[in-house]
Design a binder for this molecule. Structure first.
Ligand SMILES: *[C@@H]1O[C@H](CO)[C@@H](O)[C@H](O)[C@H]1NC(C)=O
Ligand SMILES: *[C@@H]1O[C@H](CO)[C@@H](O)[C@H](O)[C@H]1NC(C)=O
Ligand SMILES: *[C@@H]1O[C@H](CO)[C@@H](O)[C@H](O)[C@H]1NC(C)=O
Ligand SMILES: *[C@@H]1O[C@H](CO)[C@@H](O)[C@H](O)[C@H]1NC(C)=O
Length: 772
């Protein structure tokens, strides 16, 4: 695939040197422009990004399995972000061997989403993008709409399948891949690594301690702190076009009581990174010009603002809100993604877990407070403000990302390759290392520690992490659903089987059996796509085993420099993977290790097969195809069936206008807000549009300066408790960089008069106010 022949390479080096020199003269130095390293046409690279926010009202959020946690607005939007790398192949302008990596602002990947995305890719691109070379990886936010997974256990609290969530995700992945594909151009990729401080601690340290002391002694901490970052640079212009990084910490800065859609700390890091890049390179679409604000100027502004009243609701077009976006997606956005890794036992609630009654640390082994699991809750660095915690943990990742991005000088070169196999994890025969016995994995099952939840989101009362017994009452309840087979009970030991999900098939399968595992190679970087959450030590063992296998079988192609990263929650979801030793303790992660005590050993064995095949240039068998349960999905969630405003009111009219401050003007940190008569956001997701903006008056024109993808702007949805109409509250936390001037808040929405009527669109703005 790569160019061969020394002469051609020399010429291309000469050419790239020339290009670099010219580029240097034209653009000059800059932190964000990497020039002088453009290594000819080794790779084609393309970036893509697409809105996948989904339904912002009344849909259960995926992650905490909390029945009460239904969406009610947006903190910031969710996106699917993609990079594609292909070997530059002179014989085809489309390039040679390639893979696509999609970072999804979702709780996790879903087998059904993957299946449907691949179908769409096949009809667009033939066999260019298949299960083998497409990785779809969730960031593990617990604040996105649920109901998009095909196994029953993952859609119980969402009352079954939620088509709108599902469609939004599938379409966003497809669109971001199409964009990345259309953007493929020669370019270079740089890799960098460094530690992120204070963004994650181990939430099951008592389980970690069960790993052998000599193994633990090899590591400085009980979590992995390393972030691995790729920087993508366009070959022709020398401009950076994107960055993807991997680092392990849970998306649980937002709590189980949050109802605003949010990408949690990783989504926040991505938003900050993209905005940082865009503003530092002055690509900003709306450059804000303001007059200096002397006090007399300010008085004039206040006077002016007082004259501008709320507009009242007005009809608008389907795509009107898109025109008001601050970041318009024209297919050329800089893409910055913060991907998940071996996140199993890593919490972003870095202050530790404390009892909500006494304020004292919880019981070490069980994370409970005098036996009550529900009282033990972790604290983020912004405690008790979960949004501040999200921001801080997001910023810690973002800042490290920026450091690594600015100082990335090691260019990747070498082969693009991949291996993929589907494995039925119900019954994998595993030969233990060191000449040990043959053992087996089991059908999926959950233990009582699963029901206890974690310190990030405590579960059901009466359970504790570490439980290996189930009381008689729960046993009886369990047996009504499904009594586990004796085989299962023995196989899962020391886990007590609370839910034998792998033996439950009515009305359709409760848990996955067939799991995809995948290896992607980009030169010296090897990405392991795993369909779940490996704990810290489980991840270390897997990475180490794969690396060793590659080196042993690779004929010099792999060496100590080979860098292996784990991409967590990828392609499918099957909960946790704890080590054999951690499994004994049966904390949450172990109780959620579905396939029994040898789950990790099975992964290592199966990944070693892929690694050996990759090292030797051999193919691997495909394995059994996962089932497509789309037609079997049940759905009890109810879509809105038509909205009309109360008498004499139009959608978009103000219900509660801005409360003007007594000082006449808002300042940094204030929260001007306005409430509009509105509709259910599920009538139209306003994909790549916005429900809310902040506008600034520029001479005679209003310019959008923030939208519902901004961390400082909140779109909160609720139902009026007398008319049962929807209300949209737009709340703006005035950021410190805000210029003095006249502002207002504007809302966009859509509704249908009746279930089958066409969509109608509306907008309305609040009265003006000033910020000084
Ligand atoms: C936790 O459990 C281990 C193993 O059973 C025990 O040795 C240890 O004392 C316990 N620690 C605490 C703080 O209870
Ligand atoms: C996985 O393997 C088990 C045990 O061999 C078998 O019963 C089951 O049907 C398989 N699952 C699927 C989805 O093929
Ligand atoms: C700035 O002030 C001048 C003079 O008061 C005025 O003419 C101009 O329109 C102002 N510019 C903006 C952007 O408000
Ligand atoms: C309706 O909501 C308002 C605030 O939104 C609250 O003050 C009021 O008590 C509620 N009334 C009822 C009947 O729940």
């Amino acid at each position: 695939m790569m160019m061969d022949g020394g002469k051609m390479k020399e010429q291309s080096h000469l050419l790239s040197l020339l290009v670099a020199v010219v580029a240097l003269c034209i653009i000059g130095f800059g932190d964000f422009l990497t020039i002088g390293y453009v290594n000819g046409d080794q790779y084609l690279i393309g970036m893509g990004s697409y809105d996948m926010t989904g339904p912002a009202a009344k849909v259960n959020m995926m992650g905490y399995a909390n029945l009460d946690q239904n969406t009610a607005g947006i903190h910031f939007r969710l996106r699917a972000r993609t990079f594609i790398v292909a070997a530059a192949d002179q014989s085809s302008h489309q390039g040679g061997a390639r893979f696509a990596f999609v970072n999804l602002d979702a709780g996790m990947a879903s087998q059904l989403v993957t299946i449907k995305v691949l179908e769409r890719l096949k009809s667009r691109f033939g066999n260019l993008y298949t299960e083998e070379n497409v990785a779809i990886s969730g960031i593990h936010t617990h604040a996105g709409p649920g109901g998009y997974l095909q196994y029953l256990i993952y859609s119980i609290t969402s009352l079954g399948f939620v088509k709108q969530s599902f469609d939004a995700i599938v379409t966003a992945i497809e669109q971001s891949i199409v964009q990345a594909h259309n953007n493929l151009k020669p370019g270079s990729i740089f890799i960098n690594r460094g530690d992120v401080e204070n963004a994650g601690i181990n939430r099951s340290p008592s389980a970690y301690l069960l790993n052998p002391p000599e193994e633990r002694a090899r590591y400085a901490a009980n979590v992995d702190k390393e972030m691995t970052l790729l920087k993508f640079v366009d070959g022709a212009s020398g401009k950076s076009i994107g960055a993807f990084s991997w680092y392990a910490t849970h998306g649980t800065s937002m709590s189980k009581d949050n109802k605003l859609i949010s990408g949690d700390n990783k989504g926040a890091a991505a938003r900050f990174f993209e905005d940082w890049f865009t503003s530092s390179t002055k690509y900003s679409s709306s450059t804000i010009i303001t007059n200096s604000s002397t006090s007399s100027d300010m008085e004039k502004l206040i006077e002016k603002a007082q004259e501008i009243k709320a507009t009242g609701g007005k009809p608008c077009g389907k795509t009107t809100s898109q025109g008001f976006k601050v970041r318009k997606n024209d297919g050329s956005l800089f893409v910055g993604a913060f991907c998940q890794s071996n996140v199993g036992d890593v919490t972003p609630n870095v202050l530790g877990a404390f009892c909500t009654d006494s304020g004292k640390p919880c019981d070490f082994n069980h994370s409970s407070c005098h036996g009550n699991d529900q009282l033990c809750v972790g604290r983020g660095p912004g405690y008790p403000d979960e949004i501040l915690s999200t921001k801080i943990v997001g910023e810690r990742q973002f800042r490290k990302g920026v450091d690594l991005f600015k100082s990335a000088i090691e260019e990747l070169s070498g082969k693009i390759d991949y291996r993929h196999v589907n494995v039925n994890f119900t019954n994998v025969e595993v030969e233990l290392l060191n000449g040990g016995d043959k053992v087996k994995t089991c059908p999926a099952a959950l233990g009582p520690g699963f029901a206890a939840g974690t310190t990030d989101g405590p579960g059901v009362f009466g359970f504790q992490q570490g439980d290996t017994e189930i009381n008689e009452l729960w046993k009886k309840l369990r047996d009504v659903l499904k009594k586990p087979s004796q085989y299962q009970e023995d196989c899962q030991k020391p886990k007590a089987v609370l839910l034998s999900s792998g033996e439950m098939f009515e009305p359709y399968a409760w848990a996955p059996a067939i799991l995809p595992i995948q290896m992607l190679r980009l030169g010296k970087l090897v990405i392991l796509s795993v369909p779940g959450e490996f704990t810290t030590m489980a991840g270390r063992r897997l990475r180490e085993a794969v690396k060793e296998t590659l080196i042993t079988n690779g004929n010099g192609e792999f060496d100590d420099d080979t860098h292996v990263v784990i991409a967590g929650l990828t392609n499918t979801y099957s909960q946790y993977i704890a080590t054999f030793e951690e499994y004994k303790h049966q904390r949450y992660e172990a109780a959620s290790t579905l396939y029994g005590p040898h789950t990790l050993s099975a992964y290592i064995q199966e990944f070693n097969i892929l690694a050996k095949a990759m090292a030797k240039g051999e193919k691997v068998a495909k394995g059994p195809s996962p089932p497509d349960l789309y037609s079997k999905q049940l759905s009890l969630s109810i879509n809105p069936i038509g909205d009309t405003p109360p008498p004499k009111i139009k959608f978009g009219d103000i219900k509660e206008d801005i409360t003007q401050p007594t000082s006449g003007s808002f300042t940094k940190g204030d929260r001007p807000s306005a409430t509009f008569w509105s509709s259910d956001p599920r009538y139209d997701l306003l994909t790549e549009g916005t429900y809310a903006i902040v506008e600034m008056l520029q001479v005679k024109r209003w310019i959008p300066v923030y939208d519902d993808d901004d961390f400082c702007l909140y779109y909160k949805w609720k139902q009026d408790n007398t008319s049962w109409n929807s209300l949209a509250t737009i709340e703006w936390e005035v950021p410190k960089e805000t210029s003095s001037g006249v502002y207002r808040l504007r809302h966009f929405g859509s509704y249908k008069k009746t279930k089958n009527a066409p969509n109608e669109y509306f907008t309305g703005a609040s009265s003006a106010f000033t910020v000084s």
